[in-house]
Design a protein around this ligand. Structure first.
Ligand SMILES: [Zn+2]
Length: 374
């Protein structure tokens, strides 16, 4: 995610903090300390940090369970409105998705229970107060926050945890794509309610509503997109007529061919076979940084991905998303069969979507945005 900084890692999962999170701390500190003094401001900041530590444990829970099911958990990003765990593909199996989603709220309940057993007799439980005036109030508020986090996250507003549980349950009865559409529509309806209610009573709720609304729409489109792509083998979207470059060709030659033809990505081949892929983005970026006289081998992508012509396009798309690639080589038994670029997929997809009567333009725009965001 842009505008976030590294803050170490937990169980091999990168922890990132969005810069707006620091703005939140600064804002609260300024507000509380101007009213009650610096000590109170520090207490408030500590309280927010304690709440977000609980949010991190919640997200780590999601990530570790997802990892048990073989899904890669890459990072956790802290935002002012909560935490986001980037899990490479949520589990498609219902039981797994339900387990991954339920663990987060469950962890908050466990934290609340644990704190209550240790300190509850003295502190009790209270609604969180942004300015806790004593250690007791601090702990009572922290217990309260964890109960609220558990309850709030279980609201079936996809893509919140409760909404994912709902999709998991629906998917027991119907097709995964249908279940997602249902869950996302219900999520968007609840999000509209959050926005409306929040505008009058609680600014954060309105903000969360906006994020939920957009998140549900985006996940719905992603799932439709992937289901359409899954039906198509890589061979259907690959370019089979292409010109190739040699590793010692200069960038000028690549640029000339790029400018003349309609080819975006070039396989770079020598006597021992495919050595790399020179993509449009690499050509254009290198002109500025390296000049025109460097050999192609200094610019090409040497860690290119190879797929078989029978692989589903959804998996190719996943390689684009997770590997930061814009082109892959299609090879069968060591023989180069073609190249698939981002444009190849979107072109093929537009045809496919049009045939199915789905809004293709919106989905393709979304596909490209998603890739740029990554
Ligand atoms: Zn969660």
């Amino acid at each position: 995610m842009k505008w976030s900084i590294n803050a170490g890692s937990i169980f091999g999962i990168k922890l990132r903090i969005h810069l707006t999170f620091f703005l939140l701390l600064l804002f609260v500190f300024a507000q509380v300390s101007s009213e009650y003094g610096v000590r109170a401001g520090v207490m408030s900041v500590l309280f927010i940090c304690a709440v977000f530590a609980c949010v991190v444990i919640h997200e780590v829970g999601h990530s570790l369970i997802a990892r048990r099911f073989g899904k890669e958990a890459k990072s956790i990003t802290l935002l002012p409105i909560g935490g986001v765990a980037a899990i490479d593909q949520m589990p498609v199996k219902s039981g797994q998705e339900i387990a991954v989603s339920l663990i987060g709220p469950l962890i908050n309940l466990v934290i609340a229970g644990f704190l209550y057993i240790l300190f509850g007799a003295k502190t009790g439980v209270s609604l969180p107060n942004l300015y806790p005036q004593s250690a007791q109030a601090f702990l009572a508020g922290l217990i309260g926050v964890n109960i609220m986090l558990a309850v709030f996250n279980l609201i079936p507003a996809f893509p919140m945890d409760g909404g994912r549980v709902l999709r998991g349950l629906l998917a027991l009865k119907m097709d995964y794509v249908q279940a997602t559409i249902w869950a996302a529509n219900i999520g968007q309806a609840i999000a509209v309610f959050f926005i409306f209610f929040g505008m009058f009573f609680n600014f954060w709720l309105a903000l969360i509503g906006i994020f939920l609304y957009l998140g549900a729409g985006s996940e719905k489109q992603q799932v439709i997109l992937q289901s359409l792509l899954a039906e198509v083998p890589a061979s259907e979207a690959m370019t089979t007529q292409y010109s190739t470059l040699k590793p010692d060709n200069s960038l000028v030659e690549a640029l000339e061919r790029f400018g003349r033809g309609c080819q975006q990505d070039f396989p770079v081949i020598d006597d021992s076979g495919l050595q790399g892929i020179l993509t449009r983005d690499r050509i254009l970026a290198a002109i500025h940084t390296k000049g025109l006289n460097v050999p192609v081998c200094e610019v090409m992508d040497k860690t290119f991905a190879i797929v078989s012509s029978r692989m589903g396009l959804d998996q190719v798309y996943r390689i684009f998303l997770s590997g930061n690639k814009t082109a892959v080589a299609v090879m069968d038994e060591g023989q180069l069969k073609g190249i698939i670029g981002l444009d190849g997929i979107s072109r093929y997809f537009m045809v496919k979507a049009a045939l199915k009567g789905v809004d293709a333009a919106g989905l393709v725009a979304q596909m490209k945005n998603k890739m740029i965001a990554n």
